[in-house]
Design a protein around this ligand. Sequence first.
Ligand code: ADP
Ligand code: MG
Length: 480
Amino acid sequence: MEFETVIGLEVHVQLSTKSKIFCNASAAYGGEPNEYIDPVTLGLPGALPVTNRRAVEFAIMLGLATHCEIRRFNRFARKHYFYPDLPKGYQISQFDEPICERGHVDFYMGETKRTVGLKRIHMEEDAGKNIHDSRTAASLVDLNRAGVPLLEIVSEPEIRSPAEAAAYLRAVRQLVRYLEVSDGNMEEGSLRCDANISLRPVGELKFGTRTEIKNLNSFKFVERALEYEIARQYAILKAGNQVVQQTLLFDSEAGTTRPMRSKEESADYRYFPDPDLPPVIVEESWVHDVKGRLPRLPAEWANELVSEHGLSLYDATVLTAERAFVEYYHQVVAACGNSKAACNWVTSEFFGALNKAGLDLSQTPVKAVDLGELIKLVDDETISGKMAKSVFEEMFATSKPPSTIVQEKGLKQLSNDDDILAVIRKEFDSNPGQLAGYLGGNDRLHGFFVGLVMKATGGSANPKKVNDLIRQEATARKSA
Ligand code: ADP
Ligand code: MG
């Protein structure tokens, strides 16, 4: 019997607000242990939470960008559990009234467009961090992260493979980064994901029993954990046994999953509306206003790159991976007016150089206008494509504009017909034997003369012109 894989992801995104979701302690990453705390973070008696408007606005932004319905009347709920990194004994979250519902995320896997439905996106606060110190056998608690705003994005179980799960997660990361609601940094824990997975016989409509793998913090781990879990569940089902519904941890060193706890039900959490927080009313005008301020999203950029700039879907995908990429690309195009050449330069030469130097686009030594200028110098035949590559290297190393480098190095390409013709005539006249052969039909000698002219001009002649003018001069001599 063959099985189909069913996956649903719960993605946690840490919002890049200045302060926490219910108080004004800093929401910054890092800091000395327990530097960013206050009475609300500590859950001291009498400390009252106040909702961060910005965090709600970020939720609305992501909801709109994922085509969700935005709930107008929002309530926060207390979710109870005991753990030292949660001083209040409950996490403030949303339960049956999440701010966003029924949306979808669209993305490409190669040339294939995929859509994964969203059940909901809700707001909640993050917990602190426990550090288990094996040296002293003590557990240390750092509450800097406690109360940092999170969005939890819950997908429908519509993902069908580990690779698709990773592609979906990339699309979510790309969206939050475009919207600038989160830096999406998985290493720092700003984006993490719980993966739910089950198998069912092909053709079966009912879902199988699922397991949930907690806290995956890299794309690679998501794929590897899911691959492992598919194989594990497959072996169980093949042997005629039943998968036990439970919560698992992924051991990235061993590449295996292991049980963490049996699956809890929502009743275990004793959810109830938080009496300390008034409902958040999201007025129509607020949603309208946020909609008007949304930046262009990756899908819109990509569509335009394909339909108006004539780029391939592949190139459009590469260029829209980050908002900074596509913005840079557009500045290059604005400076040179050649969208295909700009795409080639940005995606190969430029990204290659950044990569090699270990630089981020924000640290680029080459300004977009300068790269555009360089492309223009090639297009108007001031320099050859080959020269342009060495000019580019120099630009990358020195941040000088291309025109300065071309001047300093005396790199001008010889493009003037008369100048090139003069060299060709001289070479024809000094090599009468080869010329006779060439005129007599030995076309291999064409390359011989091209070589001579390029050499005589120190490689500065426009190669295409050299080609054409040698033929033109040969024709003229034959008929003379
Ligand atoms: P819970 O309330 O128990 O967390 P949800 O219905 O909110 O359950 O689903 C949590 C996540 O698990 C969602 O992303 C959903 O798509 C996924 N999921 C639900 N059922 C299954 C299943 N049988 N197999 C795989 N994923 C599932
Ligand atoms: Mg859940």
